[in-house]
Design a protein. Structure first.
Length: 201
């Protein structure tokens, strides 16, 4: 569990074996969720959707304020401080979130990232809980195999785009867009102490 963390730099172009993607799909299904690995053309469409959503969010004052709050300095007990943000992407369809800090170096990212969409049958509180449990299970399974992950949820932050993000099963409700790959170790982001998050019944 201590090795599982978000990875924002570029992933090397190493393929993920089918046996591992099948295991991740099974991990999601165990918690009542689905995990879809889009084929090549659908990945391009999904990246275009992510880029369009990112541009729309950038024009939202509330979003920019929240992003600034979460990407502040290392003195905070949570968030995404600069030392874990990775480089700024070059190109409009880069498979990473741009945290919009002009001082960061720029880099090109993989052209064909391995993306997965986590879905649930519905879109209510029980489904959100199911999605969270499925995400944790599949991320732990990915970590066992040396995989790292990052998240590209910009379209899911826009209500009118949620229904269009799942490239193969429009009847499912997308809950997370996950980028997977083999990456080097990265600095750990700060985390709140467990007592602040967990309350004994």
């Amino acid at each position: 569990m201590t090795l599982s963390d978000c990875h924002h730099p570029r992933f090397p172009s190493f393929p993920i074996p089918q046996t591992i993607t099948d295991e991740l799909i099974t991990a999601a299904r165990t918690e009542g969720a689905g995990l879809i690995f889009p084929p090549g053309p659908a990945i391009t469409a999904l990246l275009e959707e992510i880029a369009a959503a990112a541009e729309a969010l950038t024009g939202n004052t509330g979003y920019r304020t929240e992003l600034t709050r979460w990407t502040c300095g290392p003195s905070h007990a949570d968030g995404v401080p600069p030392y874990v943000q990775g480089p700024r992407p070059i190109g409009d369809l880069a498979p990473v979130r741009d945290f919009a800090r002009a001082t960061r170096e720029r880099a090109r990212f993989e052209d064909r990232p391995r993306l997965a969409v986590l879905t649930t049958p519905g879109d209510g509180p029980a489904d959100w809980l199911r999605a969270g449990q499925a995400l944790q299970r599949l991320l732990l399974a990915a970590t066992v195999h040396g995989l790292s992950a990052s998240f590209l949820n910009q379209p899911l932050d826009l209500r009118d785009m949620r229904r269009h993000t799942d490239p193969r099963h429009p009847g499912g409700h997308p809950q997370m867009i996950i980028r997977l790959g083999y990456g080097p170790a990265v600095p750990r982001a700060p985390r709140r102490p467990v007592p602040e998050l967990l309350q004994a019944a």
